[in-house]
Design a protein around this ligand. Sequence first.
Ligand code: ADP
Ligand code: MG
Length: 235
Amino acid sequence: MVNNIKELPAILLIDIHKSYGVNESKVDALKNINLEIAKGEFLALCGPSGSGKSTLLNILSGIDKPSAGSTIFLDKALNDLNENQLSFIRSKHLGFIFQFFNLIPVLSAFDNVYYPLILNGNYNKKEAKERSLYYLDSVGISHLGNRKPGQLSGGQQQRVAIARALAHNPEVVVADEPTGNLDLATGEAFLDLLMKINEETKTTFIVSTHSTQLKDRAKRVIEIKDGELVYDSAQ
Ligand code: ADP
Ligand code: MG
């Protein structure tokens, strides 16, 4: 029966382990992580600094490889893929938002959104222009498109970063402490915006934070401590 077929998850992590370094300097950054993230979910990943949040986000999005265990990203087993194949999948299906915005300083806000669309070969110039304008508008800053990142506030830069992360219509958006460099009110407004986009587009969002900002507001919260998953509100 069709009803019995469960939709595949956006991301599935099976027995993930990640260590850095060797011998005395070896760090076990992730230990025995099992996690299923459904399509359309808004997941908050909480944990203190150094607990393994960035490592986990990099592994689940195919930026980094685990030392052991399997990552399934949109029904693809990432372990089997080489760097070119991983980078192709990321360019099509993943949007990534960084704590320090990572905008290109010499390009305008518009060009920061536009050029990745052209360079990834996803869209022609006309489509890329339309999409860049649409997404800058949807985050409320189309009027600032000509400004360079240095002429924008932190909150405005982060809005450019989310327009860039969304413009190629990815199924999964990962944000690594996106409010870590914003003041409290601007950070709250930014999180509201992410949640609104999640509601409207059903894009899967995975957002990390070391503060308690998201704990009371995200639909699902998981917590990581010393590389181990210690809490999952869905369980
Ligand atoms: P968080 O994002 O929660 O602050 P990280 O994932 O960055 O945590 O780090 C988890 C642990 O792994 C920390 O002990 C950190 O020092 C270590 N670590 C992270 N990246 C590296 C690396 N490239 N080389 C060595 N150790 C690392
Ligand atoms: Mg981090």
